[in-house]
Design a protein around this ligand. Structure first.
Ligand code: SF4
Ligand code: SF4
Ligand code: SF4
Length: 349
């Protein structure tokens, strides 16, 4: 995809430099290939009206590779960005940032080699080099946003999210805060939409991206899983599953949906289909800064869920009985719809 850029010094091309060399499984890159609103193809081919031309330097699909210095190979774009030769660019970071200061030798993770030393350039060094030059820095996935799985208690790397590394108040040279799109992995359209928003903002056609305190786009992470869940009606009526494979609410099986900010129950996963509890999986809070430690052990009922589900069981049983009566009435036609010589609809001349 890098080859779509006509010149590294063109100012009407927005370059997207993607570093997936944090502690990462590449799951967010893979997830993004499923985006539909818009698709990554629509973004990079300029199919959306008003979007600036983009050149994406993304390890997952880029056909450029190789360490040839000075040539337009994959890693060279990152050196060009460091030298100020491409402007503007958006830096996308996938994976958590290990702490390289806690050991005397070796490195936790890197991306490309330093031409002078032949040694790998660490992920944190790339952040030091490129963040000051980037127009926007975007963290994709819960590892990059808040540390995620690699930052669990007891980990040896001291891993953290991009805001932990650069600072939660960090702003780009254009005045943009770090933009965080959490999820393990991201819901594909959430990221595609955020990237599109930023590109429109860079083109001058959108106001400053609205973010919450955890730097998430507010329109995507303002509601809870529970508020959009297909099983919400069962919760309200006090009907709880005791095993998987039933349609009832999953809270007693360990669903954290009532307190987790995530929109997959409303948005689905791919093309509107899916979304963990909708399709039978408990919510384990993968979009949250406290993930995973604060949600473990995953299969246990969350604290407080017994109180709320017991209360719901009690009033839900009453509501269900009343609804059964109403439903029986509504399930029958009005009595005047019948044959016979007499009109009983109440019609008056
Ligand atoms: Fe993989 Fe999840 Fe980390 Fe993304 S957030 S890199 S999917 S472990
Ligand atoms: Fe809420 Fe989870 Fe039950 Fe859905 S399955 S209604 S998100 S508690
Ligand atoms: Fe993650 Fe829960 Fe959202 Fe599923 S519903 S994606 S587990 S936060």
């Amino acid at each position: 995809m890098s080859g779509t850029a006509t010149s590294a010094t063109e100012t009407d091309v927005v370059h997207i430099l993607w570093i997936n060399a944090g502690l990462s499984c590449d799951g967010d890159s893979v997830a993004l290939t499923a985006a539909m609103q818009p698709s990554i193809e629509e973004i990079v081919t300029g199919a959306l009206p008003g979007l600036p031309k983009v050149a994406v330097h993304w390890p997952l699909i880029d056909y450029e590779c190789g360490p040839v210095q000075g040539a337009d190979n994959f890693i060279e774009w990152f050196f060009k960005a460091e030298r100020g030769e491409i402007e503007p660019f958006v830096l996308v970071v996938e994976g958590s940032i290990p702490n390289e200061q806690i050991k005397n030798e070796g490195y936790w993770c890197g991306f490309g080699d330093d031409p002078e030393t032949g040694q790998p350039i660490t992920t944190s060094e790339w952040l030091d080099r490129l963040a000051p030059k980037a127009t926007a820095v975007v963290a994709i996935g819960t590892c990059a946003t808040y540390g995620g799985i690699h930052a669990m208690a007891g980990n040896p790397t001291g891993a953290m999210g991009v805001p932990d590394y650069l600072g939660w108040d960090w702003k780009s040279k254009a005045g943009l805060p770090i933009v965080c799109v959490p999820g393990c992995p991201i819901q594909p359209d959430n990221f595609a939409e955020t990237l599109t928003y930023l590109l429109y903002q860079l083109a001058g056609s959108a106001p400053m991206i609205p973010l919450d305190e955890q730097l998430r786009p507010t329109w995507l992470f303002g509601a809870t899983v529970h508020e959009g869940c297909d099983r919400g009606g069962y919760y309200e009526q006090g009907q709880f599953a005791s095993e998987y494979g039933t349609p009832e609410c999953l809270v007693r099986l360990g669903c954290w949906g009532p307190v987790v900010k995530c929109n997959v129950t409303k948005r689905g996963w791919i093309n509107g289909v899916g979304g963990c509890p909708n399709v039978g999986g408990i919510c384990i809070g993968c979009t949250m800064p406290g993930f995973p430690d604060k949600f473990m052990p995953f299969m246990d009922a969350p604290p407080g869920s017994h109180v709320s589900s017991n209360a719901s069981s009690a009033y839900g049983a009453v509501i269900r009985r009343l609804r059964t009566i109403t439903s029986k009435t509504l399930d029958k036609e009005p009595k005047w719809r019948r044959t016979g010589r007499q009109l009983t609809t109440g019609y008056r001349t």
